[in-house]
Design a protein around this ligand. Structure first.
Ligand code: FES
Length: 215
């Protein structure tokens, strides 16, 4: 009995095959699990651990390090308001207070209908549009309180579905396959790289020895 549905499980197996070391697929698999569930459920972390030959604690340890991975339930829309310096100067604190009043909860909470999670975020790299707001990691611009209320109304009514998929979906257009290069080609390129590194190391060692001998 697996937690992943058939499509997710197949994509998970494909992802693992993309990396020389299975554990390198850890973060992509976490995103995949979030795409299925909206957040990282304990059962998903267990399944990821089993796929990668690591412990669920290692999965959790990595997941809790990254802001984009959530080990607690998240609403359909994660609304992030940046309160870092450029946005702070552009009215972020006032906007966040307004957002808390509009949504009837503090930042970090989720509305009772499970639609909106509000987050007080660090710099979102959109400092030219302050106060910067993203929804599910999509920029929705620097917003006035009025525009924020309109955004929430639009999200609730599904009017932004075209640009903002449910939380957890990073991309909607998938590559139609895994690695383009064959395994043999990758192996031979890796071997050539290793040979070149070894040759450089030998040359450096010989040069150092020659210098030491001449001194
Ligand atoms: S300081 Fe807000 S996006 Fe950079």
């Amino acid at each position: 009995m697996t937690h992943f549905d058939a499509e997710t499980a197949a994509r998970a197996r494909e992802l693992v095959k993309l990396y020389p070391e299975p554990r390198s697929a850890l973060i992509p698999l976490c995103h995949l699990a979030q795409e299925q569930d909206g957040w990282l459920r304990p059962e998903a972390m267990e399944e990821i651990a089993a796929l990668l030959g690591i412990t669920p604690a290692e999965v959790r340890g990595t997941a809790t390090f990254y802001d984009m991975l959530h080990t607690e339930p998240v609403g359909r829309y994660l609304v992030s308001v940046c309160t870092n310096i450029a946005c702070l100067l552009g009215g972020a604190e006032e906007l966040l207070e307004h957002a808390e009043r509009t949504l009837g909860m503090r930042a970090g909470g989720t509305t009772s209908d499970g639609m909106i999670t509000l987050e007080d975020a660090e710099c979102l790299a959109g400092c030219d549009r302050t106060p910067c707001v993203t929804v599910n990691h999509r920029y929705v611009g620097g917003l006035s309180p009025l525009a924020f209320d309109q955004l929430i109304a639009d999200l609730r009514a599904g009017r932004r579905d075209g640009e903002v998929p449910p939380h957890g979906t990073l991309v909607r257009v998938r590559r139609n396959g895994g690695l383009r290069a064959g395994k043999e080609q990758i192996a031979s390129e890796r071997a050539a790289t290793a040979d070149a590194q070894a040759a450089r190391a030998r040359a450096a060692k010989e040069a150092a020895e020659a210098q030491g001998g001449g001194a």
